[in-house]
Design a protein around this ligand. Sequence first.
Ligand code: HEC
Length: 448
Amino acid sequence: MEFLNNFVLPQSAEHIELLHYMLLIVLFLFIPFISIVFGGIFLSIIYKNKAHKSNDNNYLRLSKDIAEITTINKSAGFIFGIIPLLTAILIYSQLLHNSGITNLNYLGLALVFIVIALVFIYSYRYSLSFNRIFGSLSDKSITDPLVIEDVNKLSDESNRISQKAGNFGLLFLFIGIWFFITALTIPSIYSSWNVESFIGGLFSWKVLSRFIYYIFFALTLSGGMILFIYLEDEKKKRIKDEEYSHFLKQKVLRVTFFSAIFIPLFALISLFGLPQSALTGTVFTYAIISLALLFMGYHFIYLLTKEIKGTTAALLFFTLVFSVAAFIISDQKAMATSTQVHSAMLSAEFDKYLAELKGEGKTISINAEEIYQVKCASCHKWDQKLVGPAHMDVLPKYVGKESQLIAFIRNPVKVDPAYPPMPNPALKPNEADAVAKYLLETYNEKNK
Ligand code: HEC
């Protein structure tokens, strides 16, 4: 994915923040949609197989209805599936430029697999409608035995094709989502976890717990959506098929209920897989909101078992969507914290670039020692701790890493729990450069 570097533009700190928000929006579109498609196709295939075994026409109808409701239509696949994924790749390549975080390979693979999956899935979905047409043709009063034979043949053929398309689609989507979740997980725990190997990344428990979380959520969310849309449609119809309606509700409600029970467990496991430094108050708060919404969802599921009502199904669906949205925010906040230092470096690069464009930074000479005396000496001494740690204690880790020291000075992050956080000294980029150089030079001198 090296070619993506060509698209990378220097970003200011404000732009980086904006990119984080855009990423959130893109994920809000993509994750619920792809989850619903996954859950829907999974259920549709299962019911289709059941229909073949039991010869119960209700199952066949259910399989088709679920596929139709959950995949919406072809353009939805493009608008909510492929475009957001492409956008996410571009945003990640900007945010993680030069960081050594290797999530772009996973994202690229996710794109390939998900595009192929969607092609299969939409052919599956549309072939199901053909199957039904053939099915009803052979029921009708066609008397010519030759025609009946033809119709049956065609019907078998189309059945086999749709079976294959469905299975392939589901498999590719499963793998594609797995890659995607891996790509999403790596930056959230970046500072404490380096992916050792490509496969190691996929099978790490941090990735797996999140993946299982999303799979269960996918089933729950699709269940909620199927009930919601079906009940909406039913309201509009004049003729009701009581028996089938009852059948659908019972089946779907059961799936929704059983997949929903497992979600909190995996949400908590993935939350505690985050490194200490990324577990900030905001991350925690959104995770709690997500769980609270999920528990509200449980309540609606319970109400639905008593009485199936359209409004309850709608409430269930939307609380679930908001619950997953809160989980995404929590995860993205963790990522923003984990990559904070890297973002500061990127924006420091940007400021330098801007200064060069303006022709600044060369002519004005700055006195680093003076800046240090004014801006830093009130809290720091060389070999004694004051408000902040003694320089002699903390500088060793920055030897040879001037850019990291500059990044810290421009945008201090919490490091040592024994100290309060350092306030931002608000230095200009070239001042921060000079102070960092001054600190490292003085440190070397003192160590001679
Ligand atoms: C208001 C007090 C205050 C001022 C002013 C201040 N610092 Fe700090 N500094 C701290 C504190 C507190 C810490 C410890 C932060 C932590 O560990 O989270 C710290 C930590 C540091 C560290 C160690 C970072 C690490 O990775 O452990 C460096 C280097 C540093 N400051 C440099 C500076 C420089 C350079 C300036 C002036 C531009 C400055 N500080 C101004 C309070 C201050």
